[in-house]
Design a protein around this ligand. Structure first.
Ligand code: PHE
Length: 344
């Protein structure tokens, strides 16, 4: 057996040396390394040997097999190079043919819109503050004036993690507390930041709701910040985002962490206020929730609410794109359908 193996090894190498095209190469592979190849059969024969010879033979056979596989790979490269050279020489490959361009992909509409947000808010003096996606129950709710028994918790259906007290943030508002604590220097410094990021809600996915979406939160804290500052700031943003000719209106609303609270509408971008399907014939589209920061929230962020005041707002990014482009189904955003994504 050992001799047979040695002979097969030699013979195989010799034959391989004479191989000069891919057809012969394939035939060689089949003959020696194929399922019924010479070397394969020899390896299979190990069982017929006396016990004490098996290990030694098996080892040797594997070495031969590996050596032949390596030699094969070398030869394959050589044959390929030769064939390519031959084809080029005979003009079978037209090197003047233009190449096929590779698709380079593009930016997701959420990314483009987020960048628009950053640019506008930067011009208005707001820096980006990155907060985290995985939050504590305390940050997401309690410190925002939403205790465990508070009915407003129903506004946010929450994804809980397996760690008690740790959730996926349901809104970017916990970043209010984090930014105050990290930038406020114990309630002594004014702040002006936006907090962009993904939020998560335990929803039945439908045309109108998704389990994840982006929000951009805004926080401004200072010694003389009033409701008029909030209104002016939001109205200016809407003008820059949607155009100076668009009307904006504020409706009173309720959030546990702001007082007073408002919701912001912009004149319908599709019908210009006349009423259409998009604005449900109201002429207005909702773009944000906002309000003056609740004294309890300011306090939780380290500020003395008798001295300091501030406003906060939150906007849904995909909602905004829906309004701008008339997207009717929110599931498109994470559906990875190129027919949708390529339109942006
Ligand atoms: N966090 C609120 C939401 O998700 C929006 C909001 C942010 C409202 C800041 C007021 C102030 O709906």
């Amino acid at each position: 057996m050992q001799e047979k193996l040695g002979a097969a090894h030699l013979e195989a190498l010799q034959e391989l040396g004479a191989v000069s095209d891919s057809e012969a190469l394939r035939a060689w592979e089949l003959k020696y390394l194929g399922k019924k190849g010479v070397v394969t059969e020899l390896v299979r024969g190990v069982g017929a040997l006396p016990k004490e010879e098996r290990a030694e033979f098996g080892k040797r056979a594997n070495e031969v097999k590996q050596a032949l596989e390596l030699a094969y790979a070398d030869r394959e490269q050589l044959v390929k190079d030769q064939e390519l050279a031959r084809d080029l020489e005979q003009g079978e490959i037209d090197v003047t043919l233009p190449g096929r361009p590779r698709g380079i992909g593009g930016l997701h509409p959420s990314t483009t819109t987020l960048r628009e947000f950053y640019a506008i808010w930067a011009e208005m003096g707001f820096q980006v503050f990155r907060s985290r996606d995985v939050e504590t129950d305390e940050m997401n709710f309690e410190l925002l004036n939403i205790p465990a028994h508070h009915p407003a918790r129903d506004m946010w259906d929450t994804f809980h993690t397996t760690t008690p007290g740790v959730v996926l943030r349901t809104h970017t508002s916990p970043g209010q507390i984090r930014s105050m604590r990290e930038l406020g220097e114990n309630g002594t410094q004014p702040i002006r930041v936006i907090l962009p990021g993904m939020c998560y809600r335990y929803e039945q996915v439908s045309v109108r709701s998704e389990i994840q979406f982006h929000q951009v939160e805004g926080v401004a804290i200072g010694k003389h910040i009033h409701l008029t500052d909030l209104k002016g700031t939001i109205a200016e943003f809407a003008r820059r985002m949607f155009g100076a000719d668009k009307d904006v209106r504020f409706r009173s609303s309720y959030f546990p962490f702001t007082e007073p609270s408002m919701e912001v509408d912009v004149e319908c971008l599709l019908c210009g206020g006349k009423g259409c399907q998009m604005c449900k014939y109201s002429g207005w589209l909702e773009i944000a929730g906002c309000g003056m920061m609740h004294p309890v929230v300011l306090q939780n962020g380290g500020y003395d609410p008798r001295e300091w005041s501030g406003f906060a707002f939150g906007m849904g990014v995909e909602r905004m794109i829906n309004l701008k482009y008339g997207v009717k189904d929110i599931r498109y955003y994470w559906g990875n359908d190129l027919r949708f994504l390529e339109q942006f």
